[in-house]
Design a protein around this ligand. Sequence first.
Ligand SMILES: CC(C)(COP(=O)(O)OP(=O)(O)OC[C@H]1O[C@@H](n2cnc3c(N)ncnc32)[C@H](O)[C@@H]1OP(=O)(O)O)[C@@H](O)C(=O)NCCC(=O)NCCS
Length: 174
Amino acid sequence: MRIRRVRAHEGVRLREVRLRALAEAPAAFGSTRAEALGQPPEFWDGMCRECADGAACTIFVAEQDETWYGMVRGFVHRDYPGIVRLASMWVDPARRRAGVGAALVAAIAAWACARGAGCVQLWVTDTNHAAKALYARQGFAESGRAKPHRTDPVLREVLMVRTLPPVTTTPASS
Ligand SMILES: CC(C)(COP(=O)(O)OP(=O)(O)OC[C@H]1O[C@@H](n2cnc3c(N)ncnc32)[C@H](O)[C@@H]1OP(=O)(O)O)[C@@H](O)C(=O)NCCC(=O)NCCS
């Protein structure tokens, strides 16, 4: 399994993996499959273009033999450039508990570090014990902030945060 950044021309594949995720784990996400189905091809193409090489967002996919088995998205917080948000995390049920989720989190953390972010944040459904365990193993802690789930307000989402080490620069030799 290879973790790699999405490429600019992969809108069709991105749409396909996202629809699989939304069908398989609807309560895990803040948007619905119906909403995703309503998006035109330009939406997926545009997201891929932005996330392929932009500084404000990224998507990593887990790929084996040309098939995608997982994805995750990272983006810079609109109001706080030192915060990267992790979202849209999904691993195909056939490939779970094999370290793919951990590798996708690591890819976002490395991307956030490289752009000098101070922390990575994410919203996770409070009852999503698998995801919460994954994030806790990856150094995230619950922040105490919570909000109703966007599409199912009976559920709550909690904010988890992982602080990143400060960027160290090697002093120029004198
Ligand atoms: C949550 C999810 C991404 C985990 O992906 P994964 O590839 O299975 O995770 P990993 O194999 O990297 O797991 C790493 C660690 O996380 C924890 N973990 C993962 N799944 C777990 C589960 N079902 N129960 C308990 N702990 C779990 C374990 O500590 C695991 O380490 P271990 O296998 O050595 O015990 C996957 O279950 C998924 O896609 N769920 C549906 C979508 C979702 O919930 N997305 C999150 C949105 S916020």
